[in-house]
Design a protein around this ligand. Structure first.
Ligand code: TXA
Ligand code: MG
Length: 333
């Protein structure tokens, strides 16, 4: 059932459901989450079952306010505090050392915990109300089946989990790709997942240079969003530079014509196609706009019956890092 998130009575109904240990689809500025009370291990276990996600993959815990992190984190380094001050509420998740015995299921057995304070007004209202009812944090991974494209509308969430799930509708997500994740448990900030908040913003905020996961010797904590193959549409997705994509259409396209396969093209440049049927959609020139519509575009191609999705490689600029990352993972599936 979908409830209107702009109605305070709906937000109350949703907060009460969380309090009772039920699952809830909730809006955030990045993507929709599948939430449960982070301190209720049985409720959190239902998230893993519903998503088909391995239970040792940790979830992000959402809080109403930066002051609430002390319930979950036992230590907050100074650089992490500076980062939170600059970027919260907003599309940033920090990994911090976890307080023993708290959020155990949500942390998937790690001794750390992922925390985020979202800026979406409906998420914020929900988290505050839930906190008043005794729910200190809401564990919520993206509200999609494991490995699939994250949802950016309430209808996407319903498509993933059916009519039985209570969903709070907060409109289409403004950011469109998942939060930037920074691991703050290793003495220096380490980027685990790129997103709207860029490397430059993180470094400016914490006054430290940001390390890359791959450049560090020790094993990374398990992170679904960092698996090589993830965020995949049903159709096979391939990334190509614009010229190659044009050639592929001209050379290979006719082989697929006549109903053998439906090709979808997602490109910033207009392309000449010899095909009678090709699903063309223009990728925005602006990185933030491209991120906002990326997952909805992939879902729309799936819904239109595309078998192949050929995507023009996005530009190299730093503001495109999040979009490049999601497309590379989708292409690896
Ligand atoms: O934008 C977002 O972050 C969305 C919305 C709903 O807030 N959530 C989201 O959750 O993307 P999910 O579960 O799909 O991705 C969470 C990522 C995963 O890659 C997870 O493994 C990682 O965060 N993560 C969470 N806690 C962690 C921990 N303690 N250590 C390492 N990675 C962690
Ligand atoms: Mg996810």
């Amino acid at each position: 059932m979908i409830l209107d998130g702009s109605d305070p009575a709906s937000v109350r109904t949703a907060a009460q459901a969380l309090r009772r240990g039920e699952l809830l689809g909730l809006p955030t500025e990045t993507v929709y989450g599948l939430g449960a009370d982070a301190d209720n291990d049985a409720a959190v276990a239902r998230i893993f079952v519903a998503k088909g996600r391995p239970s040792n993959h940790p979830l992000i815990v959402h809080v109403a306010d930066a002051a609430d992190i002390d319930h979950y984190a036992c230590e907050v380094p100074d650089f992490a505090r500076r980062l939170l001050q600059a970027c919260w509420p907003g599309p940033l998740t920090v990994i911090l050392p976890r307080r023993a015995g708290v959020g155990t299921a949500a942390a998937g057995g790690q001794d750390s915990i992922g925390l985020r304070c979202p800026s979406h007004p409906v998420a914020h209202a929900l988290l505050r109300l839930a906190r008043d009812l005794g729910v200190c944090g809401v564990a919520a991974p993206s509200a999609n089946q494991f490995g699939r494209v994250s949802p950016t509308t309430a209808a996407h969430v319903q498509g993933e989990f059916g009519e039985g799930l209570l969903i709070l509708d907060g409109g289409p997500c403004e950011v469109g790709i998942e939060s930037t994740i920074v691991d703050c448990t290793r003495g220096v900030p380490v980027l685990l997942r790129p997103g709207r908040i860029s490397r430059q913003q993180i470094e400016a905020a914490c006054g430290e240079s940001l390390r890359d996961q791959d450049a560090l010797p020790d094993a990374a904590p398990r992170a679904s969003g960092t698996l090589e193959a993830h965020y995949a549409p049903r159709a096979k997705l391939r990334l190509m530079d614009g010229a190659l994509l044009q050639t592929a259409l001209e050379v290979l396209g006719p082989e697929f014509d006549g109903g053998r396969a439906t090709i979808a093209v997602y490109a910033r440049r207009p392309l000449r196609s010899p095909l009678s049927k090709v699903l063309y959609r223009r990728m925005p020139d602006d990185a933030e706009a491209a991120a906002r519509e990326l997952f909805a575009a992939l879902r729309a191609f799936d819904a239109q019956g595309a078998n192949l999705i050929w995507v023009e490689q996005p530009p190299q600029g730093p503001q495109w890092e999040g979009v490049r990352d999601r497309l590379q993972r989708a292409a690896a599936s």
